[in-house]
Ligand binder design. Structure first.
Ligand SMILES: C[S@@+](CC[C@H](N)C(=O)[O-])C[C@H]1O[C@@H](n2cnc3c(N)ncnc32)[C@H](O)[C@@H]1O
Length: 219
């Protein structure tokens, strides 16, 4: 289990999520069989929810893997929504591109190959929603670029921010994960203690942080 919440709570929440999309089921099976990490079920549901509420026209994703979360967001968004997703691993780029083509999303999802930080620096666009799900030890480095690319009222959804509970509890920290933990704490500190931002941290899945800008119209 995740180390984030009680096992019985997690199991119960997961049991309420009925996946009825054959596409997502197929992608999930592939991910499980090939040990590819994809968003947890409840995180996927949360993304669906955010897309339904926010109705973003442009979504940026960091970390494509096999394209599961990009396809999930795409399935739940409007016909004009475009998703740009960044992945550095050649094999994953190929698998994700094949999946995006196979399931008919090639006009809506673009995969950019490269390291997130480098690709972020090269982008010059405005996104309504940014989903961070790559390079857990670098969210604090990605943040300035993500804020530069985020619309005035855009949202950043960052996954794995509690990292199996380690970020919140020193006793859980594995030695080889210490750098990731320290940097993730830095990210959470940055988004929680900046007067211009509002962040809500949700102990769901592996921990999710949702960040938006404070409403400047009220100032
Ligand atoms: C957790 S998986 C993404 C899962 C995907 N969002 C989903 O739920 O379907 C993280 C992916 O990010 C990629 N990755 C890790 N660090 C990266 C970096 N610095 N730049 C680009 N991709 C990176 C990994 O190769 C991996 O495929």
């Amino acid at each position: 289990m995740s180390g984030i919440t009680y096992d019985y709570m997690e199991q119960y929440i997961k049991s309420l999520i009925n996946e009825d999309s054959e596409i997502l089921k197929e992608l999930e099976s592939f991910a499980n069989e090939n040990s590819v990490p994809i968003v947890q079920k409840e995180t996927g549901k949360f993304l669906e929810f955010m897309v339904a509420v926010k109705k973003p026209l442009k979504i940026l994703e960091l970390g494509t893997a096999i394209g599961y979360s990009a396809i999930l967001m795409c399935m739940n968004s409007g016909k004009n929504t475009k998703i740009t997703t960044i992945e550095r691993d050649d094999k994953m780029v190929k698998i994700a591109s094949d999946n995006i083509f196979k399931y008919g999303y090639k006009d809506k999802i673009e995969v950019l190959q490269g390291d997130c930080l480098e690709v972020l620096k090269s982008l010059d666009d405005e996104f309504d929603m940014i989903f961070m799900d790559a390079g857990k030890g670098h969210y604090n480095h990605f943040l300035p670029e993500c804020l530069r690319l985020l619309n005035k009222d855009g949202i950043i959804v960052a996954d794995n921010v509690l990292f199996r509970g380690m970020v919140a509890n020193n006793e859980l920290v594995q030695r080889r994960k210490i750098t990731i933990v320290k940097r993730m704490r830095k990210y959470l500190d940055l988004v929680s203690n900046d007067d211009k931002l509002i962040t809500s941290i949700i102990p769901m899945g592996d921990g999710i942080a949702v960040t938006t800008r404070r409403n400047i119209d009220n100032e």
